[in-house]
Design a protein around this ligand. Structure first.
Ligand code: 3HC
Length: 678
């Protein structure tokens, strides 16, 4: 097998080049090649400096994740990098694309680092439930200081080349063209000078001088890190970089890294990494299916959903025409969009110039005819089949042939909607989640007649606008809401049977969800859909509305709220629920949190199994992607189907049976096969 690493001589500079598509992951052959390359440089007196660079789309994007969990084969990355750093001939990293994880650690072990302006650098290991494991947590703080290292190591978002230069991670940002040439020239200029080694840096002393930075960082990012093990380990490792010698710091990093690598969170998060990428692939649609051009998008409905959806395209530079029935609704809708953008600008996440750019490619209209030349039109009117069909019939009349007509419905039958048109092959569901400009998930609903190119185009477009897409078949509620339904049903049933509604919320919170169903109800407003007739009280929600408990906006709903929106359980509500149960003839009893958890979560797994059985999801991991990105299922458990496989499908079945809940044949079959949902 040929090595993915080759070397080239340019006068007195040896260039070590990796060519390991797609992302130059640091697999065994790459590590071995790097060691051979540095040995070649050291053993040849004519070589006076070294450049490390990559072919293809990126510098090393990290360790090879597919090797994790398998028996290690040397040389290890830490050893390879120690040898690189030990060289007394200057070694220069020439970075393009993304230098991530182990890739960033390669750069840290080099004596100098250059990058093109479009490059990004980062240590995203926490997103895989890990910390850097090749001395990144020890070299980085010594090079840039603990304070600058903390967000990189513990939050894991990559930074731009410019930012990297500002904090001292890069020596220089060079022209986009001819990175290799510039790196060779730079390397030549360093010949004969003593080499600076990150491991010998002293910037980490900031963490000793001001030890509060660690607690301050924890306090500031507590919400983001809640439930995750890796960020805390990352903070410990960076702190150790100030407190311990380099050698002891590296030992500490190894200890923390190994504990995480063998733990359940990292396993779950690595599962998710591949799940997200798998979700993008459609089994029966060839990868080379032609992609239709989408240069202009139409949105029907400028309400909260329509406006949010439009913002996704505007932010990606795609012009949008947005349609409403009445001028005041149109003005209100576009006004909200502008306000949202301006708020983002106020928070420093975009410039006012970018706000104007985005709003400048928005065309508001009251005339369907203005949608004629759109390549894609997304309907976002309210959830009523007749209304939707009417909209689609109109769109079919006015919008050019070959354009995609999409519905943002969250549960209606896409196939029936498609019958209102003469082009069912071009009809698809694009189910955005609210707030649509923020939430990552896009459920792409494939109708019976949806064409392959329409589906492939939708998946590609999702990526372009920064969404994570998963394909669902047509069934009520698709993947996400269909699975939410049994959970909600159990939540309502549980409080009828005597469970404290705050226990129901707390169980989900403790599991890792950002919020429980009753908190959610309060936030959204309990009075949504309320008929305002105090004589007609048929649900707990109606009883609460009748008592003036409309939710957070009224200061009281299921909970009482103080000015800071802190919630306190309400005796009044507990009594309303108890009275309601008595009226319904439901006996109340004490219900444990264990029972609550089992009854909320196991039926979801059962529903997921049915979704798989019916072929509504392509694979179990797609369901995990939907629930993690659309409904706040904790990433560190890997999603409902992965989690169920980890705790054992037998356990899930036993729990369902214990509570008298249905068990699908598919779930039983999978349990018998003994391999989880994989
Ligand atoms: N190992 C193995 N495979 C990887 C990989 C890695 N580190 N990174 C990406 N891939 C694979 C993907 O699975 C995908 O495979 P597929 O085509 O079969 O689905 C392919 O490369 C292309 O990846 P993307 O679809 O993600 O391509 P993008 O262009 O959208 O993104 C990227 C490129 C930004 C580099 C993105 O792939 C990424 O973020 N990769 C992971 C980076 C990372 O987490 N690095 C740290 C690894 S852990 C580590 O280094 C530990 C060390 O400290 C010891």
């Amino acid at each position: 097998m040929t090595s993915p690493i080759r070397t080239e001589r340019h006068d007195n500079v040896l260039v070590i080049i990796s060519d390991n598509p797609p992302v130059n992951a640091l697999g065994q052959a790459v590590r071995a090649g790097l060691v051979e390359g540095i040995e070649e440089a050291l053993s040849d007196d004519a070589v006076e400096a070294v450049v490390v660079r990559c072919d293809g789309r990126t510098f090393f994007a990290g360790a090879d994740i597919t090797e994790f969990g398998k028996p290690p084969v040397g040389p290890s990355l830490p050893d390879a990098l120690d040898r690189l750093e030990a060289s007394d001939k200057p070694v220069v990293a020439a970075i393009h694309g993304t230098a991530l994880g182990g890739g960033c650690e390669v750069a840290l072990a080099c004596h100098y680092r250059l990058a093109v302006p479009s490059a990004k650098l980062g240590l995203p290991e926490v997103k895989l439930g890990l910390i850097p494991g090749a001395a990144g947590t020890q070299r980085l703080p010594r090079l840039v200081g603990a304070e600058a290292a903390l967000p990189l190591v513990a939050i894991g978002n990559p930074i731009s080349a410019k930012k990297a230069k500002d904090i001292g991670l890069l020596d220089d940002v060079v022209n986009e063209d001819d990175l290799a040439g510039q790196a060779i020239a730079f390397a030549k200029s360093k010949v004969g000078q003593p080499v600076p080694r990150s491991s010998e840096g002293t910037a980490n002393e900031d963490g000793i001088k001001n030890p509060d930075i660690f607690d301050e960082f924890r306090a500031k990012n507590g919400r983001k890190m809640r439930g995750f093990d890796a960020p805390n380990a990352a903070i410990k490792a960076v702190k150790a970089a100030g407190e311990l010698s380099y050698a002891d710091g590296v030992k500490k990093e190894r200890e923390l890294f190994t504990a995480l690598m063998t733990g359940s969170q990292s396993q779950a998060m690595r599962h998710y990494f591949f799940a997200e990428r798998a979700a993008n692939k459609i089994d029966d649609v060839p990868a080379d299916t032609p992609i239709l051009p989408v240069n202009k998008v139409g949105i029907v409905g400028a309400g909260t959903m329509g406006g949010g959806i439009a913002m996704n395209f505007l932010s990606a530079g795609i012009p949008v025409t947005i349609l409403e029935m009445k001028q005041d609704a149109l003005d209100r809708g576009t006004g909200v969009m502008r306000k949202n953008y301006e708020n983002t600008a106020k928070r420093g996440r975009m410039t006012m110039e970018q706000v104007e750019q985005a709003m400048g490619i928005l065309t508001p209209t009251l005339d369907y005819g203005d949608l004629a030349d759109c390549d894609l039109v997304i309907e976002a009117v309210y959830e009523n089949m007749d209304v939707k069909k009417e909209v689609f019939a109109k769109l079919d009349e006015v919008v050019k042939d070959g354009a995609i007509l999409a519905s943002n419905t969250s549960y209606l039958d896409i196939d029936e909607i498609a019958t209102a048109t003469q082009r069912p092959g071009h009809v698809i569901g694009l189910h955005f989640f609210s707030p649509a400009n923020v939430m990552k998930l896009l459920e792409v609903v494939r109708g019976e007649k949806t064409r392959d190119d329409v589906l492939a185009t939708s998946m590609k477009l999702a990526k372009k606008i920064g969404k994570i897409a998963a394909v669902s078949g047509v069934c009520p509620g698709f993947i996400g809401n269909r699975m939410l339904s049994p959970r909600q049903q159990q939540a309502n049933q549980l409080i009828m049977e005597g469970a404290n509604y705050w226990d129901v919320d707390d169980v989900l919170l403790e599991f890792g969800f950002p919020m429980g169903p009753f908190q959610m109800g309060d936030l959204a407003g309990i009075d949504i859909g309320w008929h305002r007739d105090p004589q007609k009280v048929t649900t707990v929600r109606e009883a609460l509305c009748t008592a003036g408990r409309f939710g957070q906006k009224a200061g009281k709903g299921f909970y009482d709220y103080d000015e800071s929106r802190n919630r306190t359980p309400s005796d009044e509500v507990k009594q309303i629920i108890a009275d309601f149960a008595t009226k319904e003839g439901t006996e109340q009893r004490e219900i444990s949190k264990d029972e609550i958890r089992e009854r909320l979560l196991y039926p979801m797994v059962n529903e997921g199994a049915k979704i798989l059985e019916e072929g509504m999801a392509q694979r179990a991991s797609d369901i995990d992607v939907v629930w993690i990105n659309g409904y706040g299922w904790p990433l560190y458990t890997g999603g409902p189907m992965f989690w169920a496989s980890q705790i054992g499908l037998d356990t899930v079945i036993a729990g369902l049976e214990k509570h008298g809940l249905p068990v699908s044949d598919y779930l039983r079959g999978k349990a018998e096969a003994g391999n989880g949902f994989n």
